[in-house]
Ligand binder design. Structure first.
Ligand SMILES: Cc1cc2nc3c(=O)[nH]c(=O)nc-3n(C[C@H](O)[C@H](O)[C@H](O)COP(=O)(O)OP(=O)(O)OC[C@H]3O[C@@H](n4cnc5c(N)ncnc54)[C@H](O)[C@@H]3O)c2cc1C
Length: 258
């Protein structure tokens, strides 16, 4: 089984710790659902497959693909999702859906059954963060768990990662596998308040050395999280905190470094 952790994610000739943006040819692929698997009551893994996945390239753990869903007016709507795992032999792609109350993506995931078709576009580009920083901070809510889980699965032995993951409660914890030394702190909404992620990062004392900070969550929480990550003293180029959704808005995405 191969996942997206191929060593080729590190630019072979680039200087150490250079963060690289890579563009990909934009392709639309028609795939089929092969199976679904519940990771937690709020997280559903949908495995897609099909010959169109030949040549699929995703070099960055926070890449995204666009999934196209039928809208009620007969048109199409697109939502962004993380390619959680790609198997180039089986031509399979896992997408992990954080289930919430309403929205075409959530509705589609909840009814997904083997054999159904879905159109997937991208990824259009990758942001490749080398794995050899002295430490890695990953902070986010359920929508960030696929990217954080993928990053942990790709980090090599010897790497150090500190994870802050915000979910509703203990039932929403998922297994995060890694060869790296990982410390995970689960934050439960209701116990921590609206700025739980930012508060946790503010209380984090990074180890010595050169680190990289990454985060993604709801837009209002992302503002505080960005400030908290910046306050660790990381250069702008070594941090990236994104809004993966916005309360009350559909299909929202905002990226920002420092
Ligand atoms: C780069 C990127 C990668 C992403 N990767 C993933 C991923 O791998 N897995 C994943 O689950 N999500 C991921 N997301 C987030 C996902 O795209 C959004 O949550 C999206 O809005 C869901 O679409 P929807 O059709 O279900 O809801 P929408 O139609 O977009 O929204 C309907 C309503 O639900 C609210 N809403 C949207 N998302 C959530 C949520 N998570 N919790 C509570 N309320 C919500 C909105 O504010 C709105 O009021 C990613 C986003 C980005 C930008």
């Amino acid at each position: 089984m191969t996942d997206l952790s191929s060593p080729s994610v590190v630019p072979p000739s680039g200087p150490r710790r250079e963060i690289v943006r890579v563009r990909h040819e934009l392709k639309r692929r028609t795939l089929r659902v092969v199976r679904t698997h519940s990771l937690s009551p709020r997280m559903l893994r949908v495995t897609l497959a099909g010959p169109d996945l030949a040549g699929f390239t995703s070099l960055g753990f926070d890449d995204h693909v666009k999934l196209f869903f039928p809208a009620t007016d007969g048109n199409e709507v697109a939502r962004d999702y993380t390619p959680r795992r790609f198997d180039p032999q089986a031509l399979e792609l896992d997408i992990d859906f954080a289930l919430h109350q309403a929205g075409p993506a959530t509705a589609w995931a909840l009814q997904a059954q083997a054999g159904q078709e879905i159109v997937v576009g991208g990824p259009r580009g990758s942001f490749v963060v080398p794995p050899d920083f002295d430490w890695h901070l990953l902070a986010g809510d359920e929508t960030a768990l696929p990217a954080m889980g993928r990053r942990l699965s790709e980090l090599p032995e010897g790497a150090r990662a500190f994870v802050f993951a915000e979910v509703d409660g203990p039932q929403d914890r998922i297994t995060l596998e890694s060869r790296a030394a990982v410390e995970v702190r689960w934050l439960y909404r209701g116990e921590t308040g609206p700025d739980g992620l930012a508060d946790a990062v503010r209380g984090f004392t990074p180890p010595p050395g050169d680190g990289h900070g990454w985060g993604a969550c709801e837009a209002a929480a992302a503002r505080g999280l960005r400030e908290a990550v910046a306050a660790l003293g990381l250069p702008k180029a070594q941090m990236r905190v994104s809004a993966y959704w916005k309360r009350g808005a559909v299909a929202f995405h905002e990226e920002q470094a420092g």
